[in-house]
Design a protein around this ligand. Structure first.
Ligand code: MG
Length: 190
C-alpha cells in the first residue's frame, strides 16, 4: 500500500472509531430530556418531603426523601449511559416544582400521576430507540420499564392505605402509616 493510501485508510479508520457507538440525534435528545425529567422528579419528591416534614409526618417525609434519592440515581444512570455511548450530556433548566399541597392523599395522588407521566415518556423513548434501530438503547431502557411498573405499584399501595384509613380512625391510622413509612431505606438499585 502506498503511503498516501495508507494515510487515508488510517484517517478514515480513526474517524470511524471516534464516531462508532455514538447516539443518533433523536435518541440523544430524548435521553437528555429524560435526564431532565428524572431530575425534576427528584426535586418534586424533595419538595413533597419538605411539606411532610412541615406537617409533622416524618415517616411520609422519609418515604419522599427515599424517592428523591432514587430519582437522582435514575438521572445518573442515563447520564452514564450517554457518556458510555460516546455522546454529550446536555443539562437543561429544571422547572419550578410545586411547594404547596392540599392533603396527604393529594400528594400521593399527584406523585402517582407524575409517575404515570414518566412511564409515558419512557415508552416514547423506547419507540424512538426502535424507530432509530438503536438496539443497545432499547435494551438499556428495559430496566426503566420494569422500574416504572414497580414505582407505580408502590405509590398505588400507599394511596389505597390512605383511602382505607380515611374512612376509619383517621388520626390513628395516619400515625400508624407514618410509622410504617419511616422504615423505608434508600438502596441504589441502578
Ligand atoms: Mg424515575
Amino acid at each position: 500500500m502506498a503511503f498516501n493510501t495508507l494515510h487515508k485508510y488510517h484517517y478514515s479508520f480513526t474517524t470511524t472509531l471516534k464516531l462508532h457507538n455514538m447516539l443518533k440525534t433523536k435518541v440523544l435528545e430524548a435521553l437528555n430530556e429524560q435526564i431532565n425529567a428524572e431530575q425534576f422528579s427528584a426535586l418534586l419528591y424533595l419538595s413533597m418531603s419538605a411539606w411532610f416534614e412541615n406537617k409533622g409526618l416524618p415517616g411520609f417525609a422519609n418515604w419522599m426523601y427515599v424517592q428523591y434519592q432514587e430519582e437522582l440515581t435514575h438521572a445518573n444512570k442515563i447520564f452514564k449511559y450517554v457518556v458510555e455511548r460516546n455522546s454529550k450530556v446536555e443539562l437543561k433548566q429544571i422547572s419550578q416544582v410545586p411547594v404547596e399541597f392540599d392533603s396527604v392523599l393529594q400528594v400521593a395522588e399527584q406523585s402517582l400521576e407524575h409517575e404515570q407521566h414518566v412511564t409515558g415518556m419512557i415508552n416514547n423513548l423506547v419507540n424512538i430507540a426502535i424507530d432509530e434501530r438503536d438496539h443497545a438503547t432499547h435494551s438499556f431502557l428495559k430496566w426503566f420499564l420494569d422500574e416504572q411498573v414497580e414505582e407505580e405499584a408502590s405509590v398505588r399501595e400507599i394511596i389505597d392505605s390512605l383511602k382505607l384509613i380515611d374512612g376509619e380512625a383517621k388520626g390513628n391510622g395516619l400515625f400508624m402509616l407514618d410509622r410504617e413509612l419511616r422504615k423505608r431505606i434508600f438502596a441504589d438499585e441502578t
